[in-house]
Each structure stands twice: as C-alpha cells, then as structure tokens.
Ligand binder design. Structure first.
Ligand SMILES: *Cc1c(COP(=O)(O)O)cnc(C)c1O
Length: 244
C-alpha cells in the first residue's frame, strides 16, 4: 500500500472508531451514522484513495468541483460495475440554480437547500428527469450571520408548502455549529437542530420524512453523534498528515 493509501486508511479507521465510541456513549449503533468524507480540500487521486479505503460517501461544497471529480471518479452509483468502488456524492455547499441541471444526474443527496427558489428549480428539473431528488434543508442554527442556511423559523412554513415541490424528497435537516464558543456552543447548536426536527416532525406533510440530521465536522463530529446526528461531514481529520 502506498504511504498515501495507508495514511488515509489509518485516519479513516480512527474517525470510524471515534464515531462508534460516541454512538456507544449515547446508546446508539454506529450503523445509524453515515460518514461523509468531505473531499473539497484534496485532488481526485486522494478522493479515490478514500473510496478505495472503503468510504463511499463523498461530499463537495462547490458544484463545479463535484462535477470535476465525478468526471474522474464516476457519477453517483448505488449499483456499480463490479470493478468500481460505489460512490454516493453529497453536495454540502450552496447550489446556484443555474447549476442544478448538471448536478442532478450525479448526486445522491443535496444537503444544502437554502431557499424556496432553489426548491422550485430542483422540483422543475427533477420533474424533467422523472425522478425525485433527495435533499436536506439547511438551517442556520448558530445564528451566526457568516454561516449559511435558512433561519430556523423559515422551515415550518416551507414544510407546510412541501406539496408545491412533489419532485423534491425532503429527508431531513443539515446544520453547522458556531465556529466560536467551543464545545458548549456546539452542543447548544446541535440541540437546536434536533429540537427543530422534533417540532417539524409533529406535523409532517404526506411524503416528507425528516429521518436525517446532518451535523458535525472534524472538530465536533463526536459531539454531533452524541446529539443525534445521522450524517457527519468530516474533511480535514481524514487528511491529517498528508502534504495537501
Ligand atoms: C468543509 C465542510 C465540512 C468539513 O469540514 P472539516 O472541518 O474539514 O471536517 C463539513 N461541512 C461543510 C458544510 C463544509 O463546508
């Protein structure tokens, strides 16, 4: 195994072990948690090494970068040819409406839906493809103006209108903890996302399920798992020790 492959395999094993330990501490099974490897910092060959190490969920924040890597590594493939690693692509950053068409055929989950206008465009384009697009709604849980996502109070009216976007499959919520304030602020923010899901779940429109809670990054994913995350998005921790 090359040094690169070995280092990535070691980092991945460590992150997985920490996820499993955090799940255990909160009485959950590690199987309930999907690790998305965020490959936005690295080139396609390093992303390929992540796939080869057995992590099939890859996340990118810029649509163009996702297209470029999907060109090299392959589009989303839940039933891959036997000689290829399966890939599930996640978009975790802002999606401009003029990039929806090119993104849809490649994607497993768009985690960063942040406006009604984007929901409307996704619905139109998914209808043309004859396939619903799975998404998460991104909430700004930290209240930090520099963070992305919709104000939490926006989500209830949006859910109430979900019937307007029948080709968009809303599967859950995504959020990011405040970058400042340390562990207690992160705990508060993750608690907010979880509470928001509970509130919205009391009154779900038909066809909508909020099973997924995507929260937690390299410096707070264990806390996120303890707070109920079903998806964690980890970048830098997977690439520690690499010259990137
Ligand atoms: C970059 C990014 C991550 C991963 O961040 P790390 O701290 O490197 O793990 C997770 N989520 C989003 C939305 C990101 O933009």
């Amino acid at each position: 195994m090359s040094d690169l492959a070995q280092r990535i395999a070691d980092n991945l094993a460590l992150v997985r072990a920490r996820i499993a330990a955090a799940a255990g501490r909160s009485g959950r099974s590690a199987n309930e948690i999907t690790l998305v490897a965020v490959t936005k910092y690295v080139a396609a060959d390093v992303a390929q090494a992540v796939l080869a190490a057995g992590c099939s969920d890859l996340g990118e924040s810029r649509p163009q970068e996702l297209w470029a890597k999907a060109d090299l590594l392959g589009p989303n493939s839940d039933t891959p040819a036997s000689d290829l690693s399966p890939i599930r692509w996640h978009l975790i950053g802002h999606l401009q409406r003029n990039k929806v068409r090119r993104t849809l055929p490649l994607i497993h989950l768009i985690q960063s839906v942040d406006s009604r206008r984007l929901l409307a465009t996704l619905n139109e384009e998914a209808a043309l493809r004859g396939q619903a697009v799975p998404v998460l709604l991104e909430a700004n849980i930290s209240g930090d103006a520099t963070k992305t996502g919709m104000p939490p109070a926006e989500l209830e009216p949006i859910m109430a209108e979900a019937a307007r976007w029948p080709h968009v499959a809303i599967r859950g919520l995504m959020g990011m903890a405040s970058g400042t304030g340390g562990e207690s602020a992160a705990k508060r923010d993750f608690g907010r996302l979880r509470t928001l899901r509970e509130q919205l779940s009391r009154n779900l429109p038909p066809g909508v399920a909020l099973n997924e809670l995507s929260m937690g990054m390299s410096n707070d994913y264990e806390l996120a798992v303890e707070s109920g995350a079903t998806i964690v998005r980890v970048g830098s921790a997977l690439f520690e020790g690499l010259p990137i």
